[in-house]
Design a protein around this ligand. Sequence first.
Ligand code: NAI
Length: 348
Amino acid sequence: MGNCFEGVSRPGDGRPKTPTQGFKVCVCGGAGGIGQPLCLLMALDPRVWELSVYDLTIAMVPAEGIGADLGHIERKCKVKAYSLDTTQKPVDHLQECLSGCSLVLVPAGVPSKGRSKSDLLKINANIAKSIVEACAKFCPDAIVGLIVNPMNSVVPAMAKLYEKAGLDPLKIIGITTLDVVRANKFVHEETGAPIETIRVPVVGGYSGTASGPSAVSLFSQDSVGKSIPEKRQIELRARVQDAGNEVVDAKKGKGSATLSMAYAASRFASAVLAGLSGVRTVETAFVKCSIHPGVDFFSSRVTFGPSGVEHVHPVGNLTAAEKSLLDEATKYLAEDIRDGLIYAQNAD
Ligand code: NAI
């Protein structure tokens, strides 16, 4: 695969202009298990004016079918679909699909089942690279939200490639909202407290395919979560970390977390679009930052504003147990980040 980043110039002032009619959003991998419900949620988002659905011609359902289906929904959103023949290079064919996009969501890739982490990284990083190269060319100001495992490695790899091309690495963001969504739900089930009052921060890396447990739920920082006995907090923290497998097992290996992931990604998208339109909004995300010692990428609460990532919030006060878990998680995360950066270094 050639390097299509070369010659890409740095975008003007890095501030996408807010289109008056709304935003154009693309879902790459839009015909997949996560992609389809995510496209639906995006088509329903009042801030989305145009939705591009992009997938390969070999996808289970043609992207054009998803586009035609969504196009009948009685919302203002205009839906267009694009399929890529695998003999073509995305960077040569995605101009119309990506041009004008403010946000590109990427649930594209292969599942982890049966693959080693390094094989998965090679396959999924190549897929992500082909899409990110096209974004660099046709929508360099857009926020690119990645839902590609192993996320702890793929995000640093793609951010590094953006950086090498003179683009802003903070445009590349890992969507880790699902960990927060799960932590909130588990605390709600445990306590019965109203779900809208629960906001459990989850920091570190992402719970999906990683070297080890890298996502740490900080129950002590939530007014409801901290009322849960310490012993039970330990169990719930482990459940958040392993929740993806709970879904895979319940689906008897025939699928993974697609619906909850689509919901979580739409929560992320809504925060990004609110920020771009001038309503500063805080949402958890995995980004390049130096808020935690020993790692250059970290998942934490992020303030999104008119230019995208404005501020990555520090971790805050931790209990002794949380600190020790985060120290452990940071070691796994550092390993995953290193693998991603090696991929970027060797990418042609
Ligand atoms: P899926 O196999 O149902 O869908 C993936 C879609 O991506 C397919 O439609 C496929 O044709 C498309 N695709 C593959 N290569 C492409 C390319 N170069 N350009 C455009 N589209 C391409 O898989 P699913 O379950 O939707 O998962 C998608 C990704 O999300 C995977 O990388 C997986 O590792 C990750 N994932 C993450 C989860 C999480 O908890 N964060 C949970 C489940 C999956």
